[in-house]
Design a protein around this ligand. Sequence first.
Ligand code: ARG
Length: 587
Amino acid sequence: MVVFKEQLKQRIVQILKEKAKQKGIDPEGVREENLVVENPPKSDLGDLAIPFFPFARSFRMPPAALSALVGESFGEGLPLGVERYNVVGPYLNIFLKRPFVTELLFQKVRQEGDRFGSSDILRSKKIMLEFSSPNTNKPLHLGHLRNDALGESVARILRFSGAVVRTVDLINDRGIHICKSMLAYKELGGGRTPEDEGMKSDHFVGKYYVLYNELAKRDPEAEDRARALLVKWEEGDPEVRSLWEKMNRWAVEGIKRTYERTGIHFDQFTFESEVYLKGKEEILKGLSQGIFYREADGSIWVNLEDIGLDRKVLLRSDGTSIYVTQDIGTAISRYNDWPFDTMIYVVASEQNYHFKVLFSILERLGYGWAKNLYHLSYGMVNLPEGKMKSREGTVVDADDLLDELAEMAREEIRGKEREEEVGNIEETAEKIALGALHYYLLQPSPSKDMVFNPRESLSFTGNTGPYIQYTGARICSMMRKLEGMPRLKERQGEPKHLETEEEWELVKLLFDFPSVVELSASTYNPSLVANYLYEISKSFSRYYHEHPILYAEDPQVAASRVELSRCVLQVLRNGMYLLNIPFLEVM
Ligand code: ARG
């Protein structure tokens, strides 16, 4: 929160508390969190607006009377940065001292630079963030791209807000689906390697998963042979294990290359094969404590019907492992290894039920920290043509999609005849592709299903990543020109020379950045930052079209406009970093 907003809030709370005391009302009832500072819909209504509805009941006064009362109580000493106020019904509208606020912005951005927008609202909170968590039978697909975009961005936003974050990738490297790719390779692979076929290694593995599905259609016994492989794997059969190791290495290596390409980082990789047995002990413990019950066939269950969920099996009589049981073990060992304040699972909404069950079981087992587990659920991503399919092998492959986007971005650069300015076309196109992808995936709120439209995501105008990149590049180009204008370059900007409404709108918007980041950190929602960057870009473009900056007649005005543009540039940079959208100096 920005200083003068904070001080304004405190002053109003203080006034309300005093008034409460005078009226014999408990001042503790005046809660600071009920006091909201809004941005009025129209600027002639003021720069900030405070509604008094939340206090009307305890004061037994109409909100309009309260707003008037608070306004009058300011008396001579208006709060810091406040020029004047206006009482409009239940609202107290505040007009700020423009030069004062603008100077504060200039100072803050100059001082904080890359840290502008950061805060310590999560200071030293330990947050573990699991995301991506692919399976090693095939490469990453479009759904993973949304998962990865969310996970990486949330990690950056949380760190920017002071948290100590550990990102973990739980690689699902065991189970029947893995054995299916293994079986197809064993029977049809002829010992070939990814190098032999010039294929990226995870795609090579994925090819055998597709081949397995074709095989299973012709040969109904294929499934039995895959199961037999799983049994052998569990027994530790050396031959099966070595095939498994080889194929997993291929899969994981390839997947890691995609992470590298997309700027995704993990602090820790965990493999399900190393942790999947851990839950079983907990289940037996729970059984002896009467938290779970045993069926006649020997299987162990939990009954969650009292909280509106089902009965759920936790240990089968044949001892084969169960997804939720595995997650119980994983959660406990994670906590023991790194006692977190919060643990976030970024996993698709298909698994909402799974996480409800998981969290309730951990609570029943008496783990106090279970209440700090959070499922960051996100919706499905489809392509315009229809749903992504996986079993048939027509899944939208992440690498292929990235290649296609990069190719389209290259066309865009050529079509606009920007080859010469851009210089390195390959690199620029790749960055535009990533910007397009990440912005498009992060812009809607996480829980919503969405359609990914590659063509639309790459548009240089409208609500897209490239539009935001372009706004940044345009300011950079202006700054390069400034280098050749030494007299202007040396002049200091001064707030009093910024007199247009567009400038004031920009100043206010820029000042909102820290609160936007705070809100996105506390709600794990990068879309707030995305939409905010779009607002900034639109606002700047409008300004740029309507007013000359470098070539403003009065050099004082020009220098001040340059300074304001520099603030826009900094906020774009910082915001783009938080969304993992590459910044481009030229495009
Ligand atoms: N590998 C799983 C899948 O593809 C996702 C794992 C989610 N994480 C977890 N802790 N259960 O469906």
